[in-house]
Design a protein around this ligand. Structure first.
Ligand code: PGA
Ligand code: ZN
Length: 425
């Protein structure tokens, strides 16, 4: 039985407020969890409730969301017994009563959903990933393939290049430990190479990616390839690339503004095709904008033999949008961010739907994270193919990598292998 839910305002990795909740059960079990926050957000995301009071944190305070936990959620849930996650989440969803959680805030609701999950796992005496596995009916636990930010632009940096993130994917490593060793070697070589080439230490973006002042996209790719080679690894064979184009953020009225170049949707697909043809790119996220639906099926057909066509802003971890994308054959992979929908139960429904469609799933952090590591357990528990956390930098990122390293050593969880598409060259 829930004895008490308490909300707190804490700070995320950008120093902005976010929400933490503590769930105490009647047997004394106590657990807490924190929610992350995005910067390059999709328009269809559930509402992250902010105070709007410009005198505190420039309006980003979370006191209203915290008060919603203490004054509205706790009085309803305290003293109630929930045997399943879904039962609790459904009460929270009904209590809010809106489609995008604008009454209580997705940040308030998700913090409670996660804190309850952690308390249940503790009470049952099982690791959190096993509890998450129970939610989805999965009992096969593997570590997801890490996709790790190397270079950043767009909204996560100073907009040096419009594309938000270039990630590296260790594909030949057999363990998480080995994967991260390789990624670290690439990151270190990239830092050295960038220092030499640009005559300065590269600034780091929100997720720890290096953000030198690339003059054009091709330079970003070439520098990544060189860094992999300098690390003594073979591009595409040992370490491949992935992109988060995050193109919604440089798209207006049919035009993608790439700085020097402007492209219409067909032109953008052509550009992505040329990149995927020239470099070992295994995944392209948000290659087109969130409201450019009609061109997504073209993009999918064009890229699907080489890489994942991954939807983030397009799908916003929401069942209706995923269903639409499946019906239109617009993508073949889901980027899953739990706070885009605001509860574990809704995220689980999104996950199931993507899996039923035969899609792959990348479980993702947000650019504003906390030291909480539940995301690692979620990716393992649900059987996500990949995990996207950020660079091997900052404790908000390494907390999740460290959780996976711990589970690799403690529970001997094996590492997944990258699944290449049927026609992969
Ligand atoms: P966000 O970005 O957390 O800032 O929204 C992450 C992403 O676009 O994948
Ligand atoms: Zn994205």
């Amino acid at each position: 039985m829930i004895k008490q839910l308490t909300g707190y305002e804490i700070l995320d990795s950008r120093g902005r407020p976010t929400v933490k909740a503590k769930c105490v059960l009647s047997d004394g079990t106590s657990a807490s969890a924190s929610v992350p926050s995005g910067a390059s957000t999709g328009k269809a995301e559930a509402l992250e409730l902010r105070d709007g009071d410009k005198t505190r944190f420039n309006g980003l305070g979370c006191r209203k969301a915290v008060a919603n936990i203490n004054d509205h959620i706790n009085p309803v849930l305290a003293g109630k017994e929930f045997s399943r996650q879904e039962e609790l989440d459904n009460v929270l969803i009904a209590l809010d009563g809106t489609k995008n959680k604008e009454n209580l805030g997705a940040n308030a609701i998700l913090a409670c959903s996660l804190a309850f999950a952690r308390a249940q796992a503790l009470k049952k005496g099982i690791p959190l990933y096993r509890y998450f596995g129970e939610i989805i009916g999965n009992a096969v636990f593997r570590l997801p393939v890490p996709t790790v930010n190397l270079f950043s632009g767009g909204k996560h940096a100073g907009g040096q290049v419009p594309v938000q993130d270039l990630l590296v994917v260790p594909v030949s490593a057999d363990t998480m430990g080995e994967s991260l060793e390789q990624v670290h070697a690439v990151y270190r070589c990239a830092s050295e190479w960038i220092g030499e080439k640009y005559g300065m230490r590269a600034l780091k973006a929100d997720e720890g990616g290096l953000a030198p002042s690339f003059r054009k996209m091709e330079e970003m790719f070439e520098d990544a390839i060189k860094s992999i080679e300098n690390a003594g690894l073979v591009p595409g064979k040992d370490v491949a690339l992935a992109l988060d184009v995050a193109s919604s953020h440089f798209y207006t009225e049919g035009i993608y503004d790439l700085g020097k170049e402007k492209k219409d949707s067909a032109g953008m697909i052509g550009l992505l095709k040329s990149w995927v043809g020239a470099y070992p790119i295994l995944s392209v996220e948000d290659g087109l904008a969130e409201n450019d639906w009609v061109f997504w099926p073209d993009m999918k057909r064009t890229l699907q033999d080489s890489c994942l066509v991954l939807g983030d802003d397009l799908l916003c971890t929401q069942v209706e949008r995923i269903r639409k994308a499946v019906d239109m054959d617009a993508a073949n992979a889901l980027l899953l961010k739990v706070n885009q929908c605001g509860s574990l139960t809704e995220a689980a429904a999104a996950y199931r739907l993507a899996r039923q469609a035969g899609w792959q799933v990348t479980v993702s952090a947000r650019s504003g994270e906390t030291e909480d590591d539940w995301l690692a357990d979620l990716a393992i528990g649900w059987g996500g193919n990949q995990i996207k956390i950020g660079s091997l930098a900052q404790s908000d990122r390494t907390a999740k990598y460290n959780r996976m390293l711990e589970l690799e050593q403690e529970d001997h969880l094996p590492l997944r292998k990258w699944i290449y598409p049927a026609g992969f060259r």
